[in-house]
Design a protein around this ligand. Structure first.
Ligand code: S3P
Length: 170
């Protein structure tokens, strides 16, 4: 078993948590999803935090929770929220802690399709044009990740996880 530690980043709806779950299963290890961790520790839904406290405050809460995870003995696979990697301090801390970062990229339309059919409430994806702008603006930071995988709409999460496993976990 590899000692490699992985974070998955990428836009909302690309499938970070599902791929993380599949990858953990293939590697026989555990994983944690930052959004779920935040909701458990804050005892509130992320949508509620963003809507009542605002995005700036949410980013502080997100960074604090990320820090807490990184400082403790967390599972080797971590899926981030779509905005976590856009904060420089978060990227620095993730690297300092020895995590390999993977950007999962798909077309905006594919992400939007998944967003629309998901039960997860996403305050930053209420309006398609605004979400598309966010998608385009974020490409320049997502590409700072160590690895880049394109997720095709016809690929299953297991196939993506297998591809990551064969290329990253050589
Ligand atoms: C966000 C993405 C969401 C969640 C929050 C903000 C973003 O996670 O963290 O709503 O800024 O892109 P997912 O990428 O898992 O949807």
């Amino acid at each position: 078993m590899s000692e490699k530690r992985i974070v998955l980043t990428g836009f909302m709806g690309v499938g970070k948590s599902t791929v993380a779950r599949r990858l953990a299963r293939l590697l026989g290890t555990n994983r944690v999803d930052l959004d779920h961790y935040i909701e458990r520790s804050e005892r509130r839904k992320i949508a509620e935090i963003i809507e009542t406290d605002g995005l700036e405050k949410y980013r502080e809460i997100e960074s604090r929770n990320l820090e807490h995870l990184l400082e403790n003995d967390i599972p080797p696979i971590l899926s981030l929220g779509g905005g976590t990697w856009t904060v420089k301090h978060n990227r620095v801390r993730i690297k300092e802690k020895g995590f390999t970062s993977i950007w999962l990229e798909s077309s905006f339309e594919h992400c939007w399709y998944n967003i629309k059919f998901s039960k997860k409430e996403r305050p930053l994806a209420k309006d398609k044009a605004a979400a598309q702008k966010l998608f385009e603006d974020r490409q320049k930071v997502y590409c700072l990740a160590d690895w880049h995988f394109i997720v095709r709409p016809d690929q299953t999460s297991v196939q993506v996880a297998e591809q990551i496993m064969s290329e990253v976990f050589l």
